[in-house]
Design a binder for this molecule. Structure first.
Ligand SMILES: Nc1ncnc2c1ncn2[C@@H]1O[C@H](COP(=O)(O)OP(=O)(O)OP(=O)(O)O)[C@@H](O)[C@H]1O
Length: 256
């Protein structure tokens, strides 16, 4: 039988990459949603994913979390292939893709209890209970955990979403537009939480947002996509360059 020749996947070199996106292409019917996207996120970094509406950010996140398969290319998380060994690769990922969904008539703790049942590394009740208390404390929801989710503010729901993403103690957190709809206090709390997850808990975080001021405050690395194509990947300083701010650099990049 003739062997199918596969193009080698070119993964950019970084010193300790935790997530490596290599030549990812995704099509739906004839439409190309992602075209040859490649970048790496190093251990302990916060990477901002930017792009105008419809650029393909959520699609990329869905591919990275194994929710949809790329047509070509692959993603390695901690060296495991999302395409070939999906379960092992995504065991190391916690994500909020679009809005986190909870049962509104159950309390925050009850919702986490339900979700913790799905985690292979939380096999017994005692381990689940301990982990739920830990994550509630990390996101500062421990005092409100016994109230029904329907009474929570959007900021509290987002924090509970992050608690859910942390249940399996993943190295990589992927947050798709977590600041959407939050008020200034909620945005500040979210920023402090994301920075705490990096500095105190050593998490690596990929976060998409349209709030460029926020991304400028928290990100080490920036990836920009437009119409499915990666137009930039580099440090925050390289992106800002002489523009003065991430917003100015982004607008210049989009209007070039
Ligand atoms: N299953 C699908 N079938 C066809 N088109 C799709 C599908 N999923 C996404 N798209 C299209 O792909 C493009 C990229 O969508 P995506 O949601 O990834 O963009 P985005 O960068 O996250 O946008 P936004 O900033 O508005 O959230 C959009 O034009 C969208 O309509």
């Amino acid at each position: 039988m003739e062997k199918i020749q596969q193009r080698p996947i070119e993964i950019p070199q970084a010193s300790h990459p935790l997530a490596e996106v290599g030549n990812v292409t995704k099509k739906v019917r004839k439409r190309i949603l992602l075209k040859d996207v490649s970048f790496a996120v190093e251990q302990g970094e916060i990477c901002g994913l930017l792009g105008p509406n419809g650029a393909g950010k959520t699609t990329l996140i869905r591919v990275m979390t194994g929710l949809i398969r790329p047509d070509s290319g692959d993603i390695l998380i901690g060296g495991r292939s999302v395409v070939r060994e999906r379960e092992a690769a995504v065991a190391n990922v916690g994500a909020i893709v679009e809005s986190p969904i909870f049962f509104p008539y159950m309390t925050g703790r009850e919702n986490l209890d339900n979700l913790a049942l799905l985690h292979p590394n939380l096999p017994d009740r005692k381990a689940r209970k301990r982990r739920i208390e830990e994550v509630l404390e990390v996101v500062r929801m421990d005092k409100r955990a016994d109230e029904k989710v329907k009474t929570y503010s959007l900021g509290m729901k987002q924090r509970l979403g992050i608690a859910q993403a942390l249940l399996g103690d993943p190295q990589l957190l992927i947050l798709d537009e977590p600041a959407n709809g939050l008020d200034p206090m909620g945005i500040r709390e979210l920023r402090e939480l994301i920075l705490k997850l990096k500095t105190e808990f050593g998490k690596t975080i990929l976060v998409s947002s349209h709030l460029l001021d926020e991304l400028q405050k928290i990100c080490d690395r920036i990836v920009v996509i437009r119409e499915g194509e990666q137009v930039f990947s580099g440090s925050r300083e390289e992106m800002i360059g002489s523009s003065g701010s991430l917003e100015d650099a982004f607008v210049e990049m989009m209007t070039r």
